[in-house]
Design a protein around this ligand. Structure first.
Ligand SMILES: [Ca+2]
Ligand SMILES: [Ca+2]
Length: 499
């Protein structure tokens, strides 16, 4: 049996491209794909530097043997629409999938679309999945078989304490809104089970066909439980808290609140009043480090199976999470903490130890993987291949990263700036170089009018209303009456912002 050896990153110069393996060139064999998703993982990971204290040694090592996109953004700041966009290669503003429902196969116009793994399947790949790749259940075995050949354990948090660890949270005391130190065995967490399954599959992978394996980790999605060992990675003091300004929302439009009008995720006010801010931040980081360790176990298995040099690894997050910034916790915003995610590629054809500051979208994963693996391109998807940036991280790219949250609300991220336009026409504009925390809204700056207008041109020309069956986190707006509707309830301009 041929053993393809893992390349030690330190031996390779920055930017050097790993060669396509001999096996691949001689036999015409296509590379495998290991596709790793992390749920609700913001930019608090080592390769992105979103938090100076976070410890993610395994993501660091993946970044060292590949290319990291430092300016990668999701298409929607919510599980179902983000994942649907990535797997279909279509923007939320094109499909109308904005909420936690519907599952796209239930939408007549989308029911027959070929997803990323289905495109690989059509080219002779064995497709496998475990954990959270799609949002929610997709039906029984017959329906599962349509999406992937082989199904491992489902996603989830795994072992939980008998009752919530934190005081009752506003807006319904949702069971998921919980975090803290909880004594248990790491082995009883579902992400551990999923990593074990993935490692076993890699170890026993049949050698006949190439594989596409999707592994979806649940943490650091709430509830964020971890043992004391993981908490001990972080100091038990306020140095862990993210930068925050008390008056930050004074210059953000009222309609920015509409995107997260009423949610189970508590506001910063509640978090502070209940002495939970430090606990939440440490819980999130402890869970990030735990997930990083599970990613490490999968990467170790890939290496031990001799597959590292013949497998393209892509690691991505489905959207970020606020931990107090802009007065909130959770997702559902068009700001950096909600849109910026890890996006790291490694393997044959990818430059090592490289970092790209050009904007990238998780929408680009579909065309990039089929390009890297030499599969037939598709004309019916909206992303762009990142192959130019994966071989030369300084290669320019014209298109910004575009994030949408319900019809008419869009964030446009270029290399330097962030432009946001809300459904009622309100705008924000940030200088991400000089103001990385997005504290000062420059939308009214006369001297920036030209550059703001350039960004406005990128607002999606297709911007459809919610698809049939849309629910949960769905926002609509009637310009004639100036009334918004959040999850079926009218919101007028006079209504107090819910706390
Ligand atoms: Ca998510
Ligand atoms: Ca501000």
């Amino acid at each position: 049996m041929k053993i393809l050896r893992f390349v030690v990153p330190a031996m390779l110069a920055t930017g050097m491209v790993l060669p396509v393996s001999a096996e691949q060139t001689s036999g015409g064999r296509r590379p495998n794909v290991l596709f790793i998703a992390i749920d609700d993982q913001n930019d608090w990971v080592g390769p992105l530097g979103g938090h100076p204290m976070v410890k993610t040694p395994h993501m660091d090592r993946l970044a060292a043997r590949g290319t990291t996109f430092l300016n990668a953004h999701i298409q929607s700041p919510l599980c179902n629409p983000s994942r649907t966009a990535l797997m279909l290669g279509l923007r939320p503003s094109t499909t109308g999938i904005y909420g936690l429902a519907p599952w796209f196969r239930e939408v007549p116009d989308l029911a027959g679309r070929v997803t990323l793994p289905q495109h690989f399947k059509a080219h002779g790949y064995r497709t496998l999945t475990a954990g959270k790749i799609y949002h929610g259940g997709i039906g029984g075995p017959a329906k599962q078989k349509i999406e992937f050949d082989v199904w491992g354990p489902p996603g989830g948090v795994g072992i939980k304490p008998p009752q919530k660890l934190i005081p009752p949270t506003p807006m319904g005391n949702h069971a998921l809104m919980d975090w803290g130190v909880f004594p248990h065995k790491d082995e009883d967490k579902q992400d551990y089970v999923i990593a074990t399954w993935a490692a076993d599959q890699l170890n026993g992978m049949p050698k006949d066909d190439p594989f596409f394996m999707a592994v979806g980790f649940f943490l650091p999605h709430v509830p964020c439980y971890a043992t004391q060992t993981w908490f001990d990675l972080y100091p038990d003091d306020d140095s862990v808290l993210p930068p925050h300004r008390e008056d930050d929302r004074d210059d953000t439009p009222r309609s920015s609140w509409y995107l997260h009008w009423e949610l189970p995720e508590p506001r910063l006010k509640w978090v502070r009043e209940n002495n939970q801010w430090r606990n939440l931040v440490r819980s999130y980081m402890a869970c990030t480090s735990f997930v990083d360790a599970q990613i490490g176990r999968v990467l170790d298995a890939l290496e031990a199976a001799g597959l590292a040099d013949s497998t393209i690894v892509v690691l991505w997050g489905d959207h970020g999470w606020h931990l107090g910034e802009k007065g909130i916790t959770g997702k559902n915003t068009l700001w950096e903490r909600s849109t910026r995610v890890p996006l790291i590629f490694a393997g044959p054809g990818v430059a090592v130890n490289a970092r790209c500051t050009q904007p990238a979208e998780t929408l680009d994963i579909y065309p990039t993987l089929i390009d890297l693996c030499g599969l037939a391109p598709r004309e019916d998807i909206e992303g762009l291949t990142l192959r130019p940036q994966l071989t030369n991280a300084s290669a320019m790219r014209d298109r910004p990263a575009i994030t949408s949250h319900n019809q008419g609300n869009h964030g446009i991220r270029t290399e330097r700036w962030r432009y946001i336009r809300y459904v009622d026409g309100a705008e924000e504009f940030y200088d991400m170089v000089n103001d990385p925390n997005e504290w000062t809204n420059l939308a009214g700056e006369k001297k920036l009018a030209g550059i703001i207008a350039e960004h406005r041109k990128w607002l999606p020309s297709i911007d459809v209303p919610p698809a049939p069956g849309s629910a949960n986190r769905v926002l609509t707006y009637d310009a004639a009456t100036d009334i918004a509707t959040w999850e079926g309830k009218p919101v007028t301009r006079a209504d107090p912002i819910p706390e």
